[in-house]
Write a protein that binds this ligand. Structure first.
Ligand code: PEP
Ligand code: MG
Length: 322
């Protein structure tokens, strides 16, 4: 298998009928960039910024954050780098933030909710991201969005930061893109509305699957419900992609499902552009993408969508992959 993957190194990511896709890497720190590039990443589809915060004893300064973001942006030499703003709470604890214990942290004070409520702190990160955008194609991604109000509030805050930087004579990309991590059923249901407010979408299937199925992946007794083959999850993914495509914005996926060879044809059928994953999966996914034409993928997607159960969906996808 390794030898056959070698043939895909240094190549573009193309469907069998020549539609261009992007195979990107998910990273957790600037130290991960080497492995991403060594595995042929064409972009960084998700830079989880939490590490900067988790590995520290106090909030990282604007300068520290700027250095980290700029380092990644420079290494990518103009290729897109999607940096997600702080996704604190839920499964991601940061001790020195003194967050209160919550009975239901996954539905609590986290991610964009926390950031908007601590706007002065959030502005430090947004300013660092804007400054890094002078050194590469940095894009800002907002996690756990559930409503239009949230993305508008973030964009307003980005404008405030831009105004400050202009007044200080600091350079940044005036057209920096601000996108949404589509990972809640609420966001999925209004993907058409959010697409008008957003420069791109990236589907976070890890959380989207859990929230849609109301099932915690880590809980063995309900783990069987944690699958993106359930029609409810597939329909959400389809609506998100098609809403983004309809609005003319880039749609990618940075959850684990992006590297699932069984799901790839469906994502091609619905028009998804960027597949972002852990670096070692990139070449294999490029190969999988190369095996599908859009027409064949669409036929399979129709078959999959006609299924009523996750088991039937999986059987249809497995038969097609053979
Ligand atoms: C996701 O939710 O799919 C995702 C990529 O983000 P994380 O795994 O960091 O929550
Ligand atoms: Mg997530």
């Amino acid at each position: 298998e390794k030898a056959s993957l070698g043939a895909f190194r240094g190549k573009e990511t193309l469907t069998q009928d020549g539609v261009k896709k992007i195979a990107g890497a998910n990273i957790g720190s600037p130290a991960d960039v080497d492995a991403a590039l060594a595995n042929d990443a064409e972009a960084i589809g998700l830079f989880r910024s939490e590490f900067l915060f988790m590995d520290a004893k106090e909030l990282p300064s604007e300068e520290e954050q700027f250095q980290a973001y700029r380092s990644v942006a420079s290494s990518l030499k103009g290729a897109p780098v999607i940096i997600r703003t702080l996704d604190v709470g839920g499964d991601k604890a940061i001790p020195y933030l003194n967050m209160q214990e919550e009975e239901n942290p996954f539905m609590g004070y986290r991610a964009v909710r926390y950031c908007l409520d601590n706007a002065d702190q959030y502005k430090v990160q947004l300013r660092a991201l804007l400054r890094a955008s002078a050194f590469g194609d940095v894009k800002i991604m907002v996690p756990l969005v559930t409503c239009v109000e949230e993305i508008r509030a973030v964009k307003d805050l980005v404008e405030v930061c831009k105004e400050e930087l202009r007044a200080e004579g600091v350079s940044f990309n005036e057209d920096i893109e601000v996108g949404i991590m589509m990972e809640t059923p609420a966001a999925a249901n209004i993907a058409d509305l959010l697409a008008c407010e957003s420069d791109f979408f990236s589907i976070g299937t890890n959380d989207l699957t859990g929230y849609t199925m109301a099932a915690d992946r880590g809980n063995d007794r309900v783990g069987y419900l944690y699958s993106w083959y359930y029609p409810s999850v597939l329909r959400s993914i389809k609506f998100i992609i098609e809403s983004g495509v309809e609005a003319g914005i880039m749609v990618g996926m940075c959850g684990e499902a992006a590297a699932d060879p069984l799901l790839v044809p469906l994502l091609i059928a619905w028009g998804m552009e960027e597949f972002s994953m852990s670096a070692p999966s990139i070449l294999r996914t490029r190969k999988t993408i190369s095996l599908w034409s859009v027409a064949d993928a669409k036929k399979l997607a129709d078959e999959a969508l006609a299924c009523a159960t996750a088991g039937e969906v999986k059987a249809v996808l497995e038969a097609a992959a053979r």
